[in-house]
Unconditional design. Structure first.
Length: 185
């Protein structure tokens, strides 16, 4: 089975979650954000800001999951919708899922998976997605093309220096931190 990749997507194997994360998959679901999607093999969730990605990865590491070793992903993989896998990963493949009207979206699947299904998060619709609008800004582009203006309502707001328009980037750190505190109590 393939799962949707948008923005920066953290992906883990379900078997790793069950083995290493407190409470297994039930505990992971409680710690995850609203973009969580999973099949019987892998789980993923997306983040718009690199700081939020690293915040969540550090939380996973505190629970004994390994991120990166010997120049490859171990338990946790990081995938960018534009660049694909951001390091070598023995257990994960990146590609594009083709569905209705020959529309393609970035996706990952477990190496060797034979399933032909596709999974996105609850409520995902292509027409309203980052994939359709292509309004995801990788970190290096943010640094070159956007000027930070303010933070409000879980969003960082930037000025696009080329167009003069405001760009909104969703932030998860406060919500993740609160959920992680609840999960660990």
């Amino acid at each position: 089975m393939s799962i949707l990749v948008e923005a920066y997507t953290i992906i883990l194997r379900i078997s790793t979650i069950e083995e290493k994360f407190p409470g297994g998959m039930n505990g992971f679901v409680k710690a995850a954000n609203a973009t969580l999607r999973f099949d019987e093999e892998i789980a993923g969730m997306e983040f718009m800001a690199p700081e939020d990605v690293m915040f969540f990865i550090r939380m996973l590491q505190r629970h004994g999951l390994k991120y990166f070793e010997d120049e490859k992903f171990v338990d946790i993989a990081l995938v960018c919708q534009i660049r694909g896998l951001l390091a070598h990963c023995d257990w994960l493949q990146f590609g594009h899922w083709t569905f209705e009207n020959n529309i393609k979206v970035p996706a990952c699947r477990l190496v060797g998976s034979k399933s032909k299904e596709f999974v996105a998060y609850r409520g995902w619709q292509y027409e309203r997605s980052i994939s359709s609008r292509f309004d995801f800004w990788p970190e290096d582009i943010i640094d070159r093309c956007l000027k930070f203006l303010r933070h409000e309502n879980d969003m960082d707001i930037y000025l696009n220096l080329q167009t003069g328009e405001e760009v909104y980037i969703g932030r998860d750190t406060g919500r993740i931190n609160n959920k992680n505190k609840e999960h660990n109590s």
